[in-house]
Every structure is written in structure tokens, then in C-alpha cells.
Unconditional design. Structure first.
Length: 128
């Protein structure tokens, strides 16, 4: 059976030149054009600036091993069929859904973060 993307789901997507995987949260159900908004979670690095809007810890999701933050600066808009094909082929890895309480914190940060692109705030508000 083919993967069906849905709000609150998490996926590992390939990232960077070294084949690493980053955790992404699907923030919306598909819109009328069959797209979803995805936002990345990044590890907090010592002496490196990060967005304080939404900080996550190891208790917030099974894949988070270190204090992390929501990287609102570069959200993705992906077609539902593309997501399904990438999960089904093994390019993306499905992880457990994020807890509802954590998901709400991430959602609240979309409009609150000064780093979220305007298009993403508008898209999210139109598709929640």
C-alpha cells in the first residue's frame, strides 16, 4: 500500500552533501493543489545561532537525540504524490507522528518566528 502523507506525520529527508537525513514535520493536510507544507528540525550546535521560537528536546520525538529547534527559515512545499513516491521508494523514511502537544507548539511558531517566509505563513493559514 502506498504511503499517504498527512498532517503531524514526520519523515526523514536526505539533506546535505554527506547523505545525512533531517527530520521534517508535515504541517498541513494536502491543499486543493495536493501540496503539503513541511518544516525541518535541526540540532542546536554550540556557539551557533538558532531560532529560539520552538526548541525541542529528546522527549519530544523518538528521532531527536539532542536539543533541537524548528528551522522555520526554509520550509518546503511538496506535492503529495512526490512525498508518497519518495517514501515508497525508500528515499524518504517514515517516522512516528509527532505528539499533538509538540505539533501545536511547532504550529504556533510558524507565525511567531521572524524567520518564517511570508508565503509559508500564508500557505499554512489557508490550509490548516
Amino acid at each position: 500500500m502506498s504511503y499517504v502523507a498527512h498532517k503531524q506525520a514526520t519523515l526523514l529527508l536526505p539533506s546535505g552533501p554527506y547523505g545525512g537525513m533531517h527530520l521534517y514535520v508535515i504541517m498541513t493536510n494536502k491543499c486543493r493543489n495536493n501540496h503539503h507544507l513541511l518544516i525541518s528540525i535541526s540540532t542546536i550546535r554550540e556557539n551557533k545561532f538558532y531560532d529560539l521560537t520552538c526548541v525541542l528536546t529528546v522527549i519530544d520525538h523518538e528521532f531527536i537525540n539532542n536539543d533541537s529547534y524548528v528551522y522555520y527559515k526554509e520550509p518546503l512545499k511538496r506535492h503529495a504524490n512526490n512525498i508518497s513516491k519518495c517514501v515508497d521508494s525508500g528515499l524518504f523514511a517514515e517516522k512516528s507522528d509527532i505528539k499533538s502537544s509538540v505539533f501545536r507548539r511547532i504550529c504556533d511558531g510558524i507565525a511567531a518566528s521572524q524567520f518564517t517566509p511570508r508565503w509559508a505563513v500564508e500557505y499554512y493559514q489557508e490550509n490548516i
